[in-house]
Design a protein around this ligand. Structure first.
Ligand code: PRX
Length: 654
């Protein structure tokens, strides 16, 4: 299990507990009786949550469960963008700010719900004009600018399925996602701003589209104004097409089970999985969890989720959840240390942010930078803090509470996945006495358990595998085009039960402590990357014969990628540091900069069992500077000695 031994040890010693203040509890959206209410009749509970949405036609049946295939709110008809935008304008809240956008260079935009409705309507009309409809998939490859959100909502409005590809992914990664979803349109930007400079995106789209695709058009937002190569007949400027459109658009309504989006995530093989979600169930759980976990008060809160729109957190807790709940958000394009290490805190002060949702890796980075940065700014508007993406170590949790939250904010450590679509395990901020480092218990309406390898529930004080044994509204409906893989990946380890891929422990009070992945998936700064994906990228480099990759514990990023490679005899290649540098760049080109290994070791042999399986566990011991564990099953027991002795650090900082 990954990088979380601290939590393990901690289980026996962690006895701190932080109940919400009575002032917070009194005003909270969710009270303790919600658990019993949901338990009494789970489906009736979800009916109630779904009723908070605007349906064009009400559903006939709450759940149709043909394991492992779920349909929720069967027969209902709904439009996601109407729920996110139109309804607030119709209810007289058109003047409310939807987004305070903060560009990295300091440019800002303030977008009201009325403005957002006009923008989404124009974009929907534009997509219709170029022939996009509910049969299409649209790839969105953008920086975090308002148009990315407008593009998603415009797709949703006309029933086109969006597939957002994180702007940090490479041209190759983009191409494979375009191909897998068979997208017909790419929406992108000339570039964006990051680390104080403009970066280019459009050239990567051009590069990707040299591959075989059915993409007919590329719609390009002008963000940076940099020189941009143009493919006449295919490329269209967003401002040329969208700005001249009618700002009203009559929405169509779609079946509750019509797909809303595909989002690719890493699995245990080199090919990413196209997780897809459908409208009714996804929106229901997105809105419900956002309301109860973040205690949203739409009229007064200023909410900021620091995720990028390219990840599930951006989808659920920046786009759909918060917009459905009509709240006012901050969105920020750039990096947290540009132009200075206090940028996030400065933005909190500037807009009076009340709720902050971020990732442990950033919290640990802030800790490293020092308290002087947060201390320079007024953070007293904050009233609730959230964490997501990886286990948060108790030390970071306490620092978050004390230095960012001024000991005054409940912390919600939220466990969920791209596949679950929305939060599954989390404290309720006005109810739960939280423990630093624990996600505590499943939300009302959700059933999650910890089981042993036979699928039997473990008792308090024991560890095992985290499973979900009841369908939930925002569950993935499948892997795009890969039904067998869907069944095999999630439903075969424990037949009929969803296996999340995480290890977990129950403490003596039954609180859940997440222990990291138990499969070959790494978690780098809260982002999933599979070991095989990186291994394939490495061996696609000519000089590499074989590669093994492990996720090693890392103080800042949770886990970091450590690779062991064997060189191919007879090929010319750079030596030593130069080779390592080339390899790291090669992985960045194949997958994206987030997948660059922290360390690459050139070795002569890899530890293999007699049947030829690489023993990653042993490599992980080396990568984490531990004594190497039991190596008796190795074909050649000397290998580990050689690797350990040859451990030559090739750590790189960028
Ligand atoms: O291992 C768990 C970890 O992130 C995985 C899901 O990754 P992804 O689909 O990219 O979604 C991340 C954002 C929801 C999980 O299988 N994870 C996520 N949140 C937590 C977590 N691990 C521990 N504690 C969390 N709060």
């Amino acid at each position: 299990m990954s990088g979380n031994s601290e939590s393990l040890e901690n289980l026996s010693t962690e006895n701190r507990s932080f109940p919400p203040s009575s002032a917070f509890a009194t005003q909270a959206n969710a009270s303790a009786d919600l658990y019993a209410h949901a338990d009494k009749d789970r489906l009736a509970f979800w009916d109630e949550q779904a009723s908070a949405l605007n349906w064009h036609k009400k559903w006939d049946k709450t759940l149709q469960w043909d394991s492992p295939f779920a349909q929720w709110f069967v027969g209902g008809q709904i439009n996601a963008s109407v729920n996110a935008v139109d309804r607030h304008v119709a209810e007289g809240n058109g003047d409310r700010i939807a987004f305070h956008f903060e560009g990295e260079p300091g440019d800002t935009r303030t977008i009201s719900y009325a403005q957002l409705l006009a923008d989404v309507s124009k974009a929907a009309n534009a997509l219709t004009e170029i022939g996009i409809n509910s049969e299409d998939r649209v790839a969105i490859y953008m920086p975090l600018i308002p148009e990315a959100i407008v593009a998603m909502l415009a797709c949703a409005r006309i029933g086109a399925i969006h597939s957002v590809v994180f702007g940090g992914f490479s041209a190759d990664a983009l191409l494979s996602r375009i191909q897998d979803a068979d997208a017909t349109l790419v929406i992108t930007a000339d570039g964006g701003f990051r680390k104080g400079a403009a970066f280019a995106l459009k050239p990567l789209v051009d590069e990707a589209l040299k591959g075989e695709t059915n993409v007919a058009n590329v719609l390009v937002v002008k963000r940076t104004g940099q020189e941009t190569a143009w493919n006449e007949g295919r490329d269209i400027w967003w401002h040329d097409l969208v700005n001249r459109q009618n700002p009203t658009h009559t929405p169509e309504f779609f079946d509750s089970e019509h797909p809303l989006f595909i989002l690719y995530t890493s699995g245990t093989t080199a090919k990413p999985k196209g997780i897809f979600h459908t409208i009714g169930g996804y929106l229901t759980q997105a809105a419900y969890t956002h309301k109860v976990v973040f205690d949203i008060k739409a009229e007064t809160d200023i909410y900021w989720c620091t995720a990028d729109v390219g990840w599930i957190t951006g989808h659920t807790y920046m786009v759909y959840g918060p917009l459905i709940n009509g709240c006012t958000q901050v969105i920020y394009e750039g990096t947290p240390d540009t132009p200075h290490k206090g940028r996030v805190f400065e933005v909190i002060e500037k807009y009076g942010v009340t709720i902050l949702y971020t990732a442990p890796t950033l919290i640990r980075t802030w800790m490293k930078w020092g308290d002087e940065f947060p201390n320079k700014f007024n953070l007293t508007t904050l009233r609730l803090l959230g964490s997501v993406g990886e286990p948060i170590n108790p030390e970071a949790w306490m620092w978050y509470r004390e230095v960012i939250g001024g000991n005054n904010c409940p912390i919600v450590d939220t466990w969920w996945q791209t596949e679950t679509g929305a939060i599954m395990i989390s404290p309720l901020p006005g109810v739960t006495a939280t423990k630093p480092g624990s996600a505590m218990r499943p939300l009302p309406g959700i059933s999650a358990k910890v089981v042993d390898d036979r699928g039997v529930e473990v008792g308090n004080g024991h560890g095992g595998f985290l499973i979900l044994d009841q369908p939930w509204p925002s569950m993935l409906r499948g892997i795009w085009g890969e039904t067998e893989r869907y069944k095999e990946t999630y439903w075969s380890r424990f037949p009929g039960i969803y296996f999340a891929g995480d290890g977990a422990k129950l403490d003596d009070d039954g609180a859940i402590w997440l222990m990291g992945r138990v499969d070959d998936v790494m978690n780098i700064s809260g982002h999933r990357i599979s070991t095989t994906e990186v291994e394939s990228a490495l061996v696609s480099y000519e000089a590499i014969a074989e590669a093994a990759v492990v996720g090693a514990a890392d103080e800042l990023t949770g886990q970091a990628i450590v690779a062991f490679v064997i060189l191919r005899g007879g090929t010319a290649h750079a030596d030593g540091d130069a080779l390592v540098k080339e390899l790291r760049n090669h992985v960045a080109k194949e997958i994206g900069a987030i997948a660059k290994p922290r360390q690459i070791m050139v070795v002569n042999e890899l530890p293999k069992t007699r049947s030829g399986k690489i023993m990653r566990r042993l490599l992980k011991d080396v990568a984490e500077n531990r004594a190497v564990g039991d190596a008796t099953t190795l074909a050649d027991p000397n290998v580990m000695k050689l690797i350990s002795e040859g451990l030559k650090s090739s750590k790189d900082e960028d």
